[in-house]
Design a protein around this ligand. Structure first.
Ligand SMILES: Nc1ncnc2c1ncn2[C@@H]1O[C@H](COP(=O)(O)OP(=O)(O)OP(=O)(O)O)[C@@H](O)[C@H]1O
Ligand SMILES: [Zn+2]
Length: 451
């Protein structure tokens, strides 16, 4: 490392220390939510206080809701699993409505890329527990609710114990394994499950195992193949969309708590933000042969849901390792290649829309991974032409490698596999950059934007 690089590294480390100090301060402030208050068991209320009457006056005068409805809300405990895009709006409306106890579970910490939709977190809480952050924001709006943050991953070992203390459960998570876990836990514990999802410009809402309606397994006895599942960090989501679905989840919980209206049991609400339409479709009824809620259930305790779904219950650290070592280079090695002007063909396999966000400092060809197999012949011609241009050897020897890159280093490996199939006969070397642009930003250029 030369002097300038050392100075830069030192500056980055100093910035990191400042950031950690700030986090520590914030963390201390957040944890001043009194432990005793969090754990205290609430007795059933039969009346409203003077403050309650004033605070909830606008809903107290609602026909069909009234004092009876408010007392029912006050005596209801709701658990929100997931303190993200759906969990934030759901939590704040339930807190505002005066729910008795609000439990919030999330194992994750706040990131900057969460803030466009996870609106209870703030910039100065980046790096802090999401569940604590949600509780802190709700507490500011309504300190009379009892809040219980759980900074943990809900899994088969803890789900039944945690769910037991709540009347209604909200699924505000983003993965199939947790959906099955929550479904089975709610059926076994006899609790209604208000389920929401949001992706891109669309959202869905339904209520499982309530009012004689089906559970998630009745409708989906088998999990989808893991490659067919997309989450927000891969597919994107417009921030307002989970805002709308999460708010509707809170509304369903209030309706179930008070018995007003009709719930979304056995009905699915589909929201299309671009058309501005809400459609409701009727779902199949409860399935007699359902393994968990049917007439002869075989699931009487929670199972291993990651194994059942063939997918992780978190979207973190989902890293493929399908290439040999010789087929991969690190971001640092690639930066040396660029600095030493080593000829190569750089193929960025991200969707075209993402190229506007950031690009590596080397000319590249964009071949989105999703369209690779469809256009394989054109891709082969395009690459061979480029390789021929750059190769110093005669026509049949391509001396320069093809280097694939993507955001995190998963699609780039799959792309290498596909390209190898069409280029192996021409003895072209195809490699990928380990960890993709994330790794470039971490190890080569800390100013490079990541997303
Ligand atoms: N089993 C689980 N236990 C606890 N929390 C969970 C579980 N499964 C998912 N979650 C949480 O549910 C939340 C889902 O919210 P959302 O998809 O909006 O956030 P995200 O995963 O942070 O987003 P992104 O995909 O953009 O990184 C996440 O905060 C995630 O940590
Ligand atoms: Zn069922």
């Amino acid at each position: 490392m030369n002097e300038e690089q050392l100075r830069n590294e030192l500056q980055n480390k100093e910035k990191e220390i400042q950031r950690l100090k700030k986090l520590l301060d914030e963390s201390a402030k957040l944890l001043t939510v009194p432990e005793n208050d969090l754990q205290k068991q609430k007795e059933k209320s039969e009346t409203l206080s003077k403050e309650d009457i004033s605070r909830y006056s606008r809903q107290l005068i609602l026909h069909d809701f009234g004092v009876k409805g408010q007392i029912a809300v006050k005596n209801t405990n709701v658990l929100i699993v997931g303190a993200g895009g759906l969990g934030c709006p759901a939590a704040i409306y339930l807190a505002a409505a005066g729910i008795g106890r609000l439990g919030v579970i999330d194992y994750d910490e706040v990131e900057l890329s969460n803030l466009h939709r996870q609106i209870l977190h703030t910039v100065d809480r980046v790096g802090l527990s999401k569940s604590v952050s949600v509780v802190h924001s709700c507490c500011r709006l309504n300190p009379s609710t009892e809040y219980v943050p759980y900074h943990l991953q809900l899994d088969s070992s803890n789900a039944l114990r945690i769910i037991e203390s709540y009347d209604i459960i909200l699924d505000a998570t983003d993965n199939v394994a947790t959906r099955y876990l929550l479904n089975d836990a709610c059926v076994l514990a006899g609790k209604p499950l208000v389920s929401g999802s949001a992706l891109r410009f669309e959202g869905q809402l339904t209520v499982y195992h309530h009012d004689g309606g089906p559970c998630y397994r009745c409708l989906y006895p088998q999990p989808p193949p893991s490659e067919a599942v997309t989450n927000c960090s891969e597919g994107g989501v417009l921030g307002v969309v989970p805002g709308i679905i999460g708010s509707l989840q809170a509304l369903e919980a209030i309706k179930i708590a008070t018995g007003i209206g009709t719930s979304f049991s056995q009905k699915l609400l589909m929201f299309d933000a671009l058309d501005g339409t809400f459609r409701t479709v009727k779902l199949r009824p409860r399935c007699k042969s359902c393994l968990v809620c049917g007439e002869n259930p075989t699931i009487s305790q929670l199972i291993d849901y990651e194994q059942f779904c063939g997918a992780k219950a978190t979207d973190k650290d989902h890293k493929l390792h399908i290439l040999e070592r010789s087929q991969r280079i690190s971001a640092k090695e690639y930066s040396e290649m660029v600095n030493n002007k080593k000829p190569h063909v750089l193929v960025d396999v991200r969707p075209a829309i993402e190229l506007d966000i950031c690009q590596l400092p080397h000319p590249m060809i964009n071949i989105p991974f999703t369209s690779l197999s469809r256009n394989i012949t054109e891709v082969k011609d395009q690459l061979l032409l480029k390789l021929k241009e750059l190769s110093s050897d005669d026509f049949h020897n391509y001396t320069v490698p093809v280097v694939c890159v993507c955001r995190r280093g998963n699609d780039s490996q799959l792309a290498v596999q596909q390209l190898m199939k069409i280029l192996a006969d021409d003895k072209v070397k195809v490699i990928d950059i380990k960890g993709g642009l994330h790794s470039w930003s971490k190890h080569v250029d800390s100013n490079f934007p990541i997303y």
